[in-house]
Every structure is written in structure tokens, then in C-alpha cells.
Design a protein around this ligand. Structure first.
Ligand code: MN
Length: 509
């Protein structure tokens, strides 16, 4: 009924990671032939792995500084190459890698594996030892990457292990998001909610760091598209709503508020037209600046998120960009991903405190447990007409919240693992979509840690992704990531923040 993999999300199978294998000429041509054959088999195995959503492309083994450099030059300029997976079958002296690694502009994953799973106890000889040197070859390579202070993901284990393939797959999703952001355009419609701090930030630094461009647009730019919407388009879209959702009586054909539904549909069509014509993959709006629109976009933003657009309310362009990145990382995965807000607490005595997450309207229906209901209610702020919105609950199960904050000298990604639970009782009067969760390790620790870290109230909420996706995304984009999970202890967490404040390793350009 919804379109979670619409045209605005990339087809991950069109993206490539290059599988590169380091060796040297010390062992003779026969060994190198075997290295190439084994490497091809691993690349093919990873390419076929269900948990790796992108193509894994075998590249001829590299044995000299020139070959390393040429391969990396080619990777840098290959438009569909989103990153490199490097494996050292034998020992590949790492000074050979300096010329290549220092110019590498794509994410790097170091797969520390070995072709054969087990030691052949009865037949192992020096030929086998010469061929299978990952155990020390990978350490030589790893030293150089660390020596160059480069971020990369190190994945250890046999290449056919499902856990190894899963870890590589998570990294490829983060690399795909980084790739997407290089050309991502975010429209900031109507600027920021007045006086709000955390939704602001340095858009120049953000573009240098992440690649996405944020530019401002007036409401008139959207209204121009609204004026071009035809009645027939509105009829058709209202028909789509009728089919997809449980419609409130007043919104049905002939109902007292059907005109308001048509207004909402007109706004959705106008936004779609505006976003498509500008090539945007995300946008923000704010209820304080809606000149020419009858309602705050509710169902429109909900459905656009479901299609893969990044969205941030109140001008929160960092939320829009991070949601877009999360939407790309989550392509094809079960579970939804939404803009979210920590709204209200449930604070019983003891450790069962909960967060009711929601927003005024704009929660993505990919996280709906059932068929959303389409309703109309007053908003109470903004002075516009009652907006139409989809109302639903999120299904119970593990989820993650993540937010990107601008600390002025650097970006910090704050991540919290949470468990979504069913509402403790029905919420018959709450007219907005919502998720109820218990944060790890508990609300008392999690909220304090989040606040010490400067985390915003507009997280990206995902039941498709895990903290590992966001951690990999932070590494790839070169920003700090602080994780609040079941191991978090406040004293150590505060210490971690102080250390990162004092080192400057994440400073932006
Ligand atoms: Mn908000």
C-alpha cells in the first residue's frame, strides 16, 4: 500500500564495492595465481551473500606500489564504486600502500579473513604457510591505515561466516548512504522555527563533512507548484488515500471534511512537484511559516518520508539529512524508519520509565504496526486550518534513535538503542502516530547521557537499522559517534565526552 522503495531511493544493486587483494612478488608466480583465484572466489561469495546488498567486484591483485596507486585512482573516479574491501591474502609490505591510501577518497573496509577455514593439520607445510599469511599480512596493512589516522571498518572472521557477511553488509549500507549524500540536495522551506537552537548549524561545514547541500526556499516556491495542481490529480490522490487507509467518517466521500482532505492532497502534490523539479531528496518546513498553504503538511510529509525523502520539522535540516541517510541504509530491510521526537515521559517509580515518541503530525507510516487511520484534528499552534494526518502505533521490538548535532567545532552523532513496547493502555484521544519505547540501559541513564552529549529532540528512529549502521556511517563520514546502550555507565560516558572535547580529532574543516 505504501511505496517504501520508490524511485527516489537508490537501487543498491547498481552500486559496487571493489574487492582488492594485497600481495607481493616474493613467493613466485604460482602462488600469485592461487592468490588471485582465491580472491576471486571470496569476491564471488560476498557478492552472492544475501546480507550484502551491493555488488562486490573482484579487482586484479596488487603487488607493487604502482598497482596499488593505479587501482585507488580508478576507484576514486568510478562513479558507482562506493568503497573498497581490502584483504591481504599474503604479506603485502605496507609501505607499498602509502601512495594509494593517502589519495583514497572512498570508504575502506578491511576484511581480515583467510581463504581456508581450518588448519590442515596433517598436510600443512611451508607452501601452505607462504600462501596463507592473512594473520600477519592483515596486521602489517592495519598498521599503515592506523599510522595514516584513517577511519575504516575492520571485520574479522571466515568470509563464509554469516556474521562476517552481515558486518560487511552493514558497512556497505553506510557507504551507500555516504555515496548518496555526496550529491544530495535538501530544501529548507521557510527557514527555522524562531529561537530554536539545536535545529540550526553550519550548512557550509555540513556540506564539507557529509556532501549534502542545504539551501533555503520561500513558501512561494511551493505555492507556485500548488497553483498548477489539477483537480483530477487531487481526485486520484484522494482515491489512493481512500484505499490505503482507514478513513475517518468525516474525510470520506461526501463527508463533512472531505474538502480538507482535498486540501491535504493538493499540498502533497505541490510538495512532490516542488521536490521532483528541484531534484531534492529531503526537505524541512516549519509551522511558523506556511504562507499560502492551508494546512501544515501532515499526511504529505508522512507519505513523502515513506517514499524515502528525508524530512525535518521546524527547519531541522540535519534531521532531514540524517533521515535521508538512514532511508538509504535501510533499503530492502524489514522495519521502518522515521523522523521522531521525544515527546512525553511515563515515569513510574522504579526502572520501567518509558518515552512516548511522536510529533505534531510527521511520523513515517513505514513504522506503522497496522493499517494507519487517516484523521483530521485541530493542531493548536500555527494558526492554520486543521491538518489531515495518519495515526498509528509502531510495532514492539528493538529500535535505534540517532541524532546529528552541530557542536560548532565538529559534528557528533548520538545513538541510543531502545526497545519499542506496546502502549500500556489504548490512547483513544491521542490524534498522532506514535512509538512507545524503553531506552537502554534505562531512561534515567539514557536521557542524562543524551543530554550531556547535546543530543537533539529530533532523532531518526529506525526499526530497520541498528547502532552498527550509524557507527559505520559516523566512521565513514569522519564524525564522532557516542553510543548509549545496555553497557553505558554515566560516569564513563561523561569521561568519553570530555576526552573527545579535549582532543580535537573530529574537528571540522
Ligand atoms: Mn519538533
Amino acid at each position: 500500500m505504501l511505496h517504501p522503495e520508490s524511485m527516489i531511493l537508490p537501487n543498491l544493486k547498481q552500486l559496487e564495492v571493489w574487492f582488492i587483494t594485497g600481495s607481493q612478488h616474493l613467493y613466485g608466480p604460482e602462488t600469485l595465481k592461487q592468490v588471485a583465484a582465491d580472491s576471486q572466489a571470496i569476491a564471488a561469495g560476498l557478492d552472492a551473500a544475501a546480507d550484502i546488498p551491493v555488488k562486490v567486484v573482484f579487482k586484479p591483485i596488487v603487488t607493487t606500489p604502482e598497482e596499488v596507486r593505479n587501482l585507488i585512482l580508478a576507484a576514486n573516479s568510478a562513479p558507482n564504486c562506493i568503497g573498497l574491501v581490502a584483504w591481504m591474502h599474503t604479506f603485502s609490505p605496507a609501505k607499498m600502500w602509502i601512495g594509494g591510501l593517502t589519495i583514497l577518497q572512498k570508504p575502506l573496509c578491511h576484511l581480515h579473513t583467510q581463504f581456508s577455514r581450518e588448519i590442515p593439520w596433517s598436510s600443512i607445510d611451508m607452501d601452505f604457510m607462504n600462501l596463507n599469511q592473512s594473520a600477519h599480512g592483515g596486521r602489517e596493512f592495519g598498521f599503515m591505515v592506523s599510522r595514516l589516522r584513517m577511519n575504516r571498518k575492520v571485520v574479522v572472521g571466515h568470509w563464509q561466516d554469516s556474521e562476517v557477511q552481515r558486518e560487511v553488509g552493514v558497512w556497505t549500507r553506510a557507504a551507500a548512504a555516504r555515496h548518496d549524500l555526496q550529491t544530495a540536495k535538501i530544501a529548507r522551506i521557510g527557514d527555522n522555527m524562531r529561537e530554536v537552537a539545536v535545529t540550526e548549524g553550519n550548512k557550509v561545514s555540513a556540506q564539507i563533512q557529509f556532501g549534502f547541500a542545504v539551501n533555503g526556499y520561500g513558501l512561494g516556491d511551493v505555492v507556485a507548484h500548488q497553483n498548477n495542481v489539477a483537480d483530477a490529480q487531487i481526485d486520484q490522490l484522494c482515491g489512493e488515500y481512500d484505499e490505503a487507509y482507514v478513513m475517518a467518517d468525516s474525510l470520506r466521500k461526501g463527508g463533512a471534511r472531505r474538502e480538507a482532505l482535498r486540501d491535504a492532497a493538493r499540498i502533497e502534490l505541490a510538495l512532490r512537484s516542488f521536490l521532483t523539479s528541484g531534484g531534492f531528496v529531503g526537505y524541512t518546513d516549519t509551522f511558523e511559516n506556511l504562507h499560502g498553504l492551508k494546512q501544515l503538511p501532515g499526511i504529505a510529509s508522512q507519505r513523502l518520508m515513506a517514499d524515502g525523502y528525508g524530512f525535518g520539522a521546524e527547519g531541522d535540516w540535519k534531521a532531514a539529512a540524517l533521515l535521508r541517510a538512514a532511508k538509504v541504509m535501510a533499503v530492502g530491510l524489514p522495519g521502518g524508519t522515521s523522523f521522531m521526537e521525544d515527546y512525553t515521559y511515563h515515569l513510574p517509580e522504579g526502572s520501567d520509565a518509558l518515552v512516548l515518541g511522536s510529533h505534531m503530525l510527521e511520523i513515517c507510516p513505514t513504522i506503522a504496526a497496522g493499517r494507519p487511520s487517516c484523521e483530521i484534528h485541530p493542531l493548536g499552534i500555527g494558526g492554520k486550518e486543521d491538518p489531515v494526518r495518519l495515526v498509528f502505533d509502531a510495532p514492539s521490538g528493538p529500535a535505534v534513535n540517532a541524532t546529528l548535532v552541530d557542536l560548532s567545532d565538529r559534528y557528533r552523532l548520538v545513538v541510543n538503542n531502545v526497545d519499542v513496547v506496546s502502549p500500556l493502555a489504548p490512547l483513544p484521544k491521542l490524534p498522532v502516530a506514535r512509538a512507545l519505547w524503553k531506552p537502554a540501559p534505562d531512561l534515567k541513564t539514557a536521557a542524562a547521557a543524551w543530554i550531556y552529549a547535546g543530543g537533539s529532540h529530533h532523532p531518526t528512529f529506525s526499526q530497520a537499522l541498528t547502532s552498527e549502521h550509524f557507527d559505520d556511517f559516523a566512521d565513514i563520514t569522519g564524525v564522532e559517534c557516542v553510543l548509549i546502550d545496555s553497557y553505558t555507565r554515566l560516569r564513563e560516558f561523561k569521561h568519553q565526552l570530555r576526552v573527545s572535547d579535549s582532543t580535537g580529532v573530529f574537528a571540522t574543516r
